[in-house]
Design a protein around this ligand. Structure first.
Ligand SMILES: [Fe+2]
Length: 281
């Protein structure tokens, strides 16, 4: 059972309604985003949670999420659909059997990862998850802080240097307009310290693309070391989002995933999260 998140900021429903009516952030929210939240994201535990807006329709929830997201930076289009607010729900997909499937379209857990590294250009610095409806069982967020991961990897000589080299991530672009793979390191230095880009399945399928060099033995061993560390429950922080919880997560300092979930029979009650990607530069 995961912990419910710490309430970093609580907004009264009336304040949220005013925000939606005026398009302006509540003063308490604006000052918190300006003065406190970035330090927690960039140097602290890597995520923050806003609670209190538990009365919103889906359309209002999307507008609320956009208003909050824009306080943190520029909202980025997601995947090749160019949508700003992505509905995260079980679409009956499986990333291990379908090249066009995304983790966010499945109900399976595991596969800890970061978001957006498979697209060319800037990787989202932060992403948000707004819980419109939670699953009947499971579906908790699982977070691993990069510092804990690096501590494990440093115990094995040569692993960090290999991960700082180039890997090919499968772009999962089925439109034919984008590249088949996007080359990037898995570990790189950024303003927020060493950052990570990771999802094993996309690296595996990226290096299987014709014309891309296959993974070397050193690369494979380094990836196995990452997976071994990420699989250790001692490194996992579980967060159970409740209806209307809005979590902002540092996408490069935390590796994330979730536990498997079981949905309600009623389609109108099934798990539905909303996500944005944020360029915080
Ligand atoms: Fe994700």
């Amino acid at each position: 059972m995961g912990t419910t998140p710490t309430d970093d900021l609580r907004l009264e429903p009336a304040a949220v309604d005013r925000m939606l009516a005026t398009g302006q952030a509540a003063p308490a929210l604006a000052s918190w985003v300006r003065d406190r939240a970035p330090a927690e994201l960039r140097k602290g535990r890597g995520y923050v949670v806003i609670v209190g807006a538990d009365h919103l329709s889906l359309d209002d929830a999307k507008r609320y999420l956009m208003l909050v997201s824009r306080l943190f930076g520029a909202v980025m289009p997601q995947d090749y659909l160019a949508e700003e607010v992505r509905e995260i729900r079980d679409r009956g997909m499986d990333i291990t059997t379908s090249r066009s499937a995304r983790y966010s379209d499945t109900r399976f857990g595991g596969h800890l990862h970061t978001d957006g590294m498979h697209r060319p250009g800037h990787i989202p610095d932060y992403f948000t998850l707004y819980c419109h409806r939670s699953a009947r069982d499971g579906g908790e967020s699982v977070l691993v802080v990069i510092d804990d991961l690096l501590d494990r990897l440093r115990q094995r000589p040569g692993i960090l240097a290999t991960l700082e080299g180039e890997f090919h991530f499968d772009s999962r672009d089925t439109s034919g307009r984008g590249p088949r793979t996007v080359p990037r390191p898995i570990l790189e230095s950024t303003a927020d310290g060493i950052s990570i880009n990771y999802i094993r399945e996309y690296v595996e399928s990226g290096h299987a693309v014709e014309g891309v060099p296959p993974l070397t033995a050193e690369q494979r061993a380094a990836l196995d070391a990452v997976d071994e560390a990420l699989a250790d429950p001692a490194l996992h922080r579980h967060i159970r989002l409740r209806r209307s919880d809005l979590m902002i997560i540092h996408n490069r300092r935390l590796v994330h995933g979730r536990t498997d979930f079981v949905d309600h029979d009623d389609p109108g009650k099934r798990r539905l999260l909303l996500r944005t990607w944020i360029d915080a530069r």
